[in-house]
Design a binder for this molecule. Structure first.
Ligand SMILES: CC(C)(COP(=O)(O)OP(=O)(O)OC[C@H]1O[C@@H](n2cnc3c(N)ncnc32)[C@H](O)[C@@H]1OP(=O)(O)O)[C@@H](O)C(=O)NCCC(=O)NCCS
Length: 183
């Protein structure tokens, strides 16, 4: 893990850095309209950035679907920072807050294994390593060309918050990369 890795709530000044991260990942984020929607969502959804030496290297945004379930809306880590614990640190921060809120399930939708794309195979491996379980592959959401795999992770509830709501800035040192159970 990067020793200088931190996760904190997103701030308006982080948005251009998040755009830069998306543009560096054209295999996953190659559709301009979709990217614009992801970036606008950062103004309204709970979102966090990961920084190394104060530079944004990744971000995540979460939707609260209902009282029990939240969903990863977007997650991206700068390519030259992959496999250094940044994605795990972002998931850890989100989960910590959801547990305090009493949310029981964290969901993510990604491209399913019926599509043999190598990049998304790695994405699924990441989510599996984070403890997510494959629930169902379906063509209902994105059509037959883009089979959607729904993955879920049950969350255990805890009492004390890591980040306070709403939008207060509370940096957290991320040192739990290898201590979380596999997803
Ligand atoms: C998926 C993504 C967010 C993972 O971020 P990351 O910072 O590289 O992941 P981490 O370093 O925290 O990886 C944690 C664990 O996940 C697993 N993992 C991560 N990347 C993996 C890969 N390419 N292949 C296999 N396992 C992988 C490993 O078990 C890893 O632990 P280890 O490095 O100790 O073996 C990042 O690769 C990314 O931005 N990908 C492109 C965009 C994307 O797929 N977004 C999600 C769309 S639904």
């Amino acid at each position: 893990m990067q020793s200088n890795l931190f996760v904190r709530r997103i701030e308006p000044t982080d948005i251009s850095s998040c755009e830069r991260v998306l543009h560096a990942l054209p295999h996953w984020f190659g559709i301009q309209k979709a990217n614009e929607a992801y970036i606008s969502s950062l103004a309204t959804l709970p979102a966090y950035v990961a920084t190394v030496d104060s530079e944004v290297v990744g971000f995540i945004a979460v939707k609260h679907n209902n009282r029990d379930t939240s969903e990863i809306h977007v997650l991206a880590v700068e390519p030259n920072m992959h496999r250094r614990g940044v994605g795990r640190a972002l998931i850890d921060a989100v989960e910590a807050n959801l547990r305090v809120m009493g949310v029981s399930l964290l969901q993510v939708k990604t491209l399913g294994p019926s599509d043999h794309d190598e990049g998304y195979r790695r994405t699924r491996e990441f989510y599996e390593a984070m403890g997510f379980l494959a629930l169902e592959e379906t063509t209902v959401f994105w059509g037959p060309e883009n089979p959607c795999l729904i993955m879920v992770k049950p969350l255990m509830h805890v009492d004390s918050p890591i980040f306070t709501e709403p939008n207060s800035f509370s940096p957290k040192r991320c040192n739990s990369r290898r201590t979380s159970p596999p997803l």
